[in-house]
Ligand binder design. Structure first.
Ligand SMILES: [Mg+2]
Length: 392
């Protein structure tokens, strides 16, 4: 079998078939890999905005001809061929994103060729389903947040994640200011507001539902310490990405001065970025994104690294049907799995992209027992919604 074509898709989901209501018109990046035996594999690299999405699509277009003619089941060889070709411009970031999308598609092809789900190729399942944690719309007031959080909880979800400091960012954006992304600070009003939101959410969900806080890598060291300790009394499961990812020293400073557990990893690329986190005991949980960190191949390796340190793995979800399923396949085989992130408890926003809806019940995702990823893309829908000049 040989790879005949690699095709990136940039698709904008219109109203009614998009991501969550608070992210209208979300773009998705999919990667289609065709072979001379008629088997097609699919990957995903969906990023967090138009600029990164277009950047990865442009690089996939260039990398495609570089691997045409290769045997798609030689996944490790192709992974390294692309990765090492990019050494001089940087192997992490866009390179690892492009490797991820192609790697996932190659696992999909290999599973289909062998007639086995990907999790069977990775050593077989250690669990029957994948526990989820989800988001919910925070709303404008603590009372609204307390109502909204009960929607996923009533669906059976036992862990929810939110950023209670978002109202401050919304105010700053309305004033045309960049907020913490520039100086890493947080106003006293924003801090109090965040604590009020979490107090109301904890009161609503009771003691048994886990609350995860996402700081979105926005704060300087003293601000991150202050905010994490402010929320600690509400029994926070983790305080995620307290500082930007470039400095492990800053992360250590925060780590040594907070009483909350720490999670990092969505902005770390490949196993190499996770080595200092594990060796220097900088996090209690890690959260690699399968579509950014190096694909299924790399997520399995990172998980095994973390297993040796007894650190749980909780894959990040940049939000897309293949992202969710690719992470789930790996976690079916990972003993040190915690929970898989999804944007919300019902994943019907992905139904337009795929032929069969994802099976989620009672806060669990059930991975299809079908060859490869176990999903088929809806090509008519993709063609209809691909960005002009950026589709297959
Ligand atoms: Mg995050």
């Amino acid at each position: 079998m040989k790879i005949t074509k690699v095709t990136p898709w940039l698709v904008t989901a219109p109203a009614g078939a998009r991501g969550p209501a608070w992210q209208p018109g979300r773009q998705y990046v999919f990667v289609q890999v065709d072979t001379d035996e008629g088997i097609t594999g699919w990957g995903e690299i969906t990023g967090t905005g138009a600029l990164p999405n277009r950047a990865v699509v442009a690089v996939v277009r260039e990398v495609g001809p570089f691997i045409e003619g290769e045997d798609p089941t030689r996944i490790e060889a192709i992974w390294n061929k692309i990765f090492r070709a990019m050494t001089y411009v940087g192997t992490r970031g866009i390179t690892s994103c492009v490797v991820s999308g192609i790697d996932i598609a190659l696992w999909d092809i290999t599973g289909k060729a062998r007639g086995l789900p990907i999790y069977e190729l990775l050593g077989g399942p250690v669990r029957d389903s994948i526990a989820l944690y989800t988001h919910f719309p925070l709303g404008d007031t603590p009372e609204e947040a307390a109502r909204n959080v009960m929607v996923p909880v009533k669906d059976g979800v036992r862990a929810i994640k939110t950023d209670p400091f978002m109202p401050e960012w919304s105010r700053l954006r309305r004033q045309g200011l960049p907020g913490a992304y520039l100086d890493g600070g947080m106003s006293a009003r924003g801090e109090q507001e965040g604590a009020d939101f979490i107090a109301a959410i904890r009161e609503a969900v009771g003691p048994d539902v886990e609350i995860l806080i996402d700081a979105h890598a926005m704060y300087n060291v003293p601000t991150a310490i202050r905010l994490a300790n402010r929320l600690a009394p509400y029994n926070i499961t983790w305080f995620e990405e307290p500082v930007p990812p470039e400095s492990y020293h800053a992360l250590r400073q925060v780590r040594e001065q907070v009483s909350t557990r720490i999670c990092v990893g969505e902005r770390l690329h490949t196993r190499f970025d996770f080595v200092p986190v594990l060796e220097q005991r900088l996090a209690d949980f890690i959260m690699p994104d399968v579509t950014w960190t190096g694909g299924i191949t790399e997520l399995k390796k990172i998980s095994t690294l973390a297993e040796a340190y007894y650190v749980p793995v909780s894959p990040h979800d940049a939000s897309g049907p293949i992202n969710v399923l690719a992470g789930a396949h790996v976690m079916m085989t990972v003993p040190n799995f915690y929970k898989l992130e999804t944007i919300r408890s019902k994943m019907d926003s992905y139904d337009a992209f795929i032929q069969t809806p994802l099976d989620t019940r009672d806060g669990q995702l059930y991975v299809p027992k079908l060859p490869g990823l176990g999903l088929e893309m809806n090509l008519d829908y993709l063609r209809a919604h691909a960005e002009p000049g950026w589709g297959g």
